[in-house]
Ligand binder design. Structure first.
Ligand code: PMP
Length: 355
């Protein structure tokens, strides 16, 4: 008798389409420009033994990030990437089957997937055609958490401070407003971290995966009022941050680590400007979204064909056409200068043959 063991999983789990992460959905290739990582990596040292369990919230790391972000240590939670922060917010604040989150697509896919895997529904309030929030529509929605991504993945644009303030004020006593600043170092002046002092319903997500070039580390931060941080601490695993992770993250947040990060941001922002200008000259590229992050979204005639032509040259980029409100778009992460040169050559060849 053959038994399909996978059918033993919860019905709601069987229905989930998992997030198509870069490492899950594409392999091979020498040039990886499909996951918004930072190609400009640094080396780190590990010291000590690992026979003891780590602290749940290593004090040196919490203090290091608080100093870097300009907040108090009680306002910081460290987790396995910002993705775990998203999950913890949903698990701590949303009743399964009852509460809802609001999302503003096209945006980062994990908000809806994390919600769905916790039996929490998502209310969809699409961004306006100019990529701003539809504040009017958001204020008609009942939600426990409102997710705003700024700079937004995959479009790359910032959400204005004024719009974020309007949303915070509207939901002052009914919902947390989560501003995902995973890419904020590429547009640091736009951070709304200072608004934490004024709005206890503001939550900010940050990560070391992007500007700090530590995606492999799995280290993210939630910044919020101590009451919110304490609720998340009640849900978090006993030992979420492995000792080597804590040691490396502490080094990244020392003065010289921050200076290295800022140098790489300057290089990447320059490469992004050059790449965006190049892409807008290509026959067949009908739109280049202005980006404040380390990736650029492009409208092309046939996204799947473009991704596969570049893959044949060993270059991985991401098809974002399945995103609500987008069709035939590809997202290109900004890599090293050499990688960008190879990409531009491959795109030039592809578009001059198809355009
Ligand atoms: N938010 C956004 C907008 C992202 O693009 C990503 C990474 N793809 C994350 C959060 C998650 O980052 P982390 O690696 O810290 O889990």
């Amino acid at each position: 008798m053959s038994v399909n063991i996978s059918k033993l999983a919860r019905a709601s789990v069987q229905a989930i389409v998992p997030y198509a992460s870069a490492r899950r959905s594409m392999s091979g290739g020498a040039i990886w420009l499909n996951a918004n990582e930072n190609a400009l990596a640094s080396e780190y040292q590990l010291s000590g033994q690992f026979n003891r369990y780590p602290s749940c919230q290593p004090a040196a790391l919490i203090e290091g990030y608080a100093r870097y972000a300009g907040v108090r240590p009680e306002q910081v939670l460290v987790s396995r990437g910002a993705d775990e922060g998203i999950e913890l917010l949903i698990r701590s604040f949303c009743e399964p089957g009852k509460d809802r989150i609001a999302i503003c697509p096209p945006t980062y896919g994990m908000y809806a997937i994390s919600a769905e895997s916790n039996q929490v529904a998502s209310v969809i309030v699409p961004l306006q055609p100019d990529a701003s929030l539809d504040v009017e529509a958001l204020t008609q929605v009942a939600a426990k958490l409102v997710f705003i991504c700024s700079p937004n993945n995959p479009t790359g644009d910032l959400i204005s401070r004024q719009q974020i303030v309007s949303v915070l004020e509207h939901f002052a006593s009914s919902a947390l407003v989560v501003v995902d600043e995973a890419y904020i170092e590429f547009a640091m002046q736009a951070s709304v971290v200072d608004l934490l002092a004024q709005y206890p319903n503001l939550v900010i997500l940050r990560t070391l995966s992007k500007a700090f070039a530590l995606a492999g580390l799995r280290c993210g931060f939630t910044l919020a009022a101590p009451e919110v941080i304490n609720a998340l601490k009640q849900m978090i695993a006993p030992y979420p941050i492995a000792e080597p992770v804590a040691q490396i993250a502490v080094q990244a947040l020392l003065e010289q680590g921050i200076a290295r990060m800022q140098q790489s941001v300057a290089i990447i922002n320059q490469l992004r400007t050059e790449f965006s200008a190049f892409a807008s000259t290509l026959p067949g590229v009908s739109r280049v979204w202005p980006s404040q992050a380390n990736f650029v979204l492009l409208q092309v005639p046939d996204a799947a064909a473009c991704v596969s032509a570049l893959q044949q040259q060993g270059i991985l980029i991401r098809n974002q056409s399945a995103q609500l409100g987008l069709s035939e778009v590809v997202r290109v992460s900004i890599g090293s200068p050499d990688e960008m040169q190879a990409l531009q050559q491959a795109m030039q060849d592809y578009f001059s043959n198809t355009g």
